[in-house]
Ligand binder design. Structure first.
Ligand SMILES: Cc1cc2nc3c(=O)[nH]c(=O)nc-3n(C[C@H](O)[C@H](O)[C@H](O)COP(=O)(O)O)c2cc1C
Length: 194
């Protein structure tokens, strides 16, 4: 098929920059002591807020935590001590209102998309980030204390945390599946790439 410039918009000049950011992202669990400037934080959320969401509800809310006592509270139930060492911890929230159906599903999924925008923006700006899962098994009393400390309103749930900071040490890249392994053409099992 002929490439039609009228149909396919012009490739962005800095498209390769996007791929460098994606390829450069990896979970960072060791940070230098550093205060992330407000302007950098703002730019990360400029990227997050542009994420797609079901019916454009934009249910995501984010709390940036820099206070050491609060970071320790957030890290408390996890055996991973690095969490409290992050320069900042972003608490990712989802508001389960405004959806016509399955509010819990979408108010959980949508913030996850916005969070990856945030993580990629952090990467582009030279920061390291690590997603921190919120397991259902986290103690109820801890969750209640977090909700109270952060003044999280009812109907707004905590989706995950993101530890953010100036990376310390050499990057560690994890093995990834190849495009061949994860894609099919027309039907499952039929290779897309040969
Ligand atoms: C939803 C989600 C939850 C995660 N939770 C944690 C976590 O609690 N602690 C942690 O150290 N890493 C966590 N990670 C990071 C993964 O371990 C990491 O993304 C994976 O090993 C691949 O490595 P990479 O991010 O360097 O590519 C989480 C990642 C995702 C997407």
């Amino acid at each position: 098929m002929k490439f039609d410039m009228a149909v396919v918009p012009k490739r962005m000049k800095d498209a390769e920059g996007f791929f460098r950011v994606v390829e450069g992202r990896h979970s960072v669990r060791k940070y230098e002591e550093y205060e992330i400037p407000d302007e950098d934080i703002r730019r990360m959320f400029e990227a997050a807020r542009l994420a797609p969401s079901a019916s454009n509800i934009q249910p995501w809310r984010f709390i940036v935590v820099r206070e050491m006592e609060t970071k320790k509270l957030l890290a408390r139930p996890s055996p991973q001590t690095f969490i409290a060492d992050a320069n900042a911890i972003v608490v990712v929230l989802g508001e389960a209102k405004g959806y016509c159906c399955s509010p819990l599903t979408w108010s959980t999924r949508d913030p996850i998309i916005a969070t990856e925008h945030l993580v990629l923006a952090a990467t582009a700006l030279g920061y390291g980030a690590c997603w921190i899962a919120m397991y259902e098994s986290r103690p109820e009393d801890w969750l209640a204390e977090v909700r109270e400390t952060l003044k999280i309103p009812e109907g707004t749930h905590i989706i995950c945390l993101v530890a953010l900071g100036a990376p310390a040490g050499a990057p560690k890249f994890t093995p990834k599946k190849s495009v061949q392994e994860i894609t099919f053409s027309e039907e499952y099992g039929n290779p897309l790439m040969r």
